[in-house]
Design a binder for this molecule. Structure first.
Ligand code: KG4
Ligand code: ZN
Length: 338
């Protein structure tokens, strides 16, 4: 048997546990939290309570699926941050206690680096993984970054959002349209039926490789407010076209800077990561832009796009090889530690 790592993720509203043998996935169990649906966003206090309820059953299930006994594990990797502190504390405390009782080391993992390293999880031996250096566009509910990766331990941010994240832009546009939270998947679905060119909204003009999405959200909000004054069924009638238009613009903004980053760095291995990489329009756009620019592209499987513990376990595996273990007094961090 290779190295067996138990990964634990609890940074936001998904409780997840995974078992990896070296880079190979044996189990990846995710328990989502329905409690937030009616609140239009994640309620931190409810999230940490749900993590407490879910963490033991989720770990049991992961071990069972992987057909692994607790005493076979070599280490526990957990998300140290960034995320909601109360939620992170559940995974961190559990990992410490579990590792101490089992006499194995703990490995702290940065959630954003883990999203990127998810590309190295192998489901089959033929799977192609990125070569170093590569560039990763990480697009999630909390972050939007263009990251240069030189090896599994060396990451540098080339550009990032100065305000809202891309996922937030999707979720806020969805909220304005009266769609449930998180709205990204709803916009994606509606956009398939709509005309992306029916409406236009101004793109942000931010120099360099940074992003901004808050102005786009405001112009979307004002446009809809004005149209509703003329026709109170406007959203209903134009739902698909509005979704298609806002999705097109978010994707164009993301792609423009990614093309620039590839040109400036001379790197043509380009990967996508984070929850928004589940978006069908973005996946297609990366494929098309990749062809035009001669890139080798890496798009994660759907199960590794949103938050999951398999990505925490793979990031932990790379640290395990370096014997980079955490001590029992490690505490979570809410903000990015890049
Ligand atoms: O990475 P993630 O699961 O959690 C964070 O670390 O934030 O990302 C969640 C974000 C949410 O904003 C959600 O709306 C967005 O990913 N998302 C999508 C899609 N699926 C998830 N956005 C657009 N299209 C999708 N299909
Ligand atoms: Zn995430």
């Amino acid at each position: 048997m290779g190295t067996l790592i138990l990964g634990i993720e609890s940074s936001c509203d998904d409780t997840s546990a995974a078992v990896l043998e070296d880079t190979k996935i044996l189990a990846n169990v995710i328990a989502g939290q329905e409690v937030h649906k009616n609140f239009g966003g994640v309620v931190p206090e409810l999230a940490s309570r749900a993590h407490q309820q879910n963490i033991i059953p989720v770990i049991h299930q992961a071990l069972k699926q992987a057909n692994i006994q607790k005493n076979q594990l070599d280490a526990v990797a957990f998300t140290r941050g960034p995320g909601l502190l109360g939620s992170l504390l559940v995974g961190t405390s559990f990992s410490k206690a579990f590792a101490m009782a089992s006499g194995i080391p703990i490995i702290e993992v940065d959630h954003l680096k883990a999203h990127i390293l998810a590309h190295f999880i192998t489901d089959s031996p033929e799977q192609k993984v990125p070569e170093f250096p590569f560039i990763c566009l990480t697009v999630s509910g909390g972050h939007t970054q263009i990251v240069r990766v030189d090896d599994p331990h060396s990451f540098s941010i080339l550009g990032q959002t100065i305000d809202d994240a891309a996922g937030e832009a999707f979720d806020k546009a969805a909220k304005i349209m009266g769609l449930p939270y998180p709205g990204g998947p709803y916009i994606d679905k509606l956009a398939r039926e709509g005309n992306p060119d029916k409406f236009n909204f101004p793109k942000p003009r931010i120099p360099g490789l940074d992003y901004s999405f808050s102005g786009l959200k405001t112009s979307f909000l004002y446009f809809i407010r004005d149209e509703l004054k003329k026709d109170d069924a406007f959203i209903e009638k134009e739902q698909a076209n509005l979704a298609a238009a806002i999705q097109r613009i978010i994707i164009e903004v993301l792609m423009d800077k990614l093309v620039l980053a590839a040109k400036e760095s001379g790197i043509s291995q380009i990967a996508l990561a984070g929850g928004v990489s589940a978006n069908s329009g973005l996946r297609k756009a990366l494929g098309d832009t990749g062809k035009e620019n001669g890139w080798k592209i890496f798009i994660p499987e759907f199960q590794y796009t949103t938050d999951n513990a398999a990505m925490i376990a793979i990031a932990g595996y790379f640290k395990y090889l370096d014997k980079d273990f955490a001590s029992q007094d490690v505490s979570p961090y809410a903000r990015s530690n890049f």
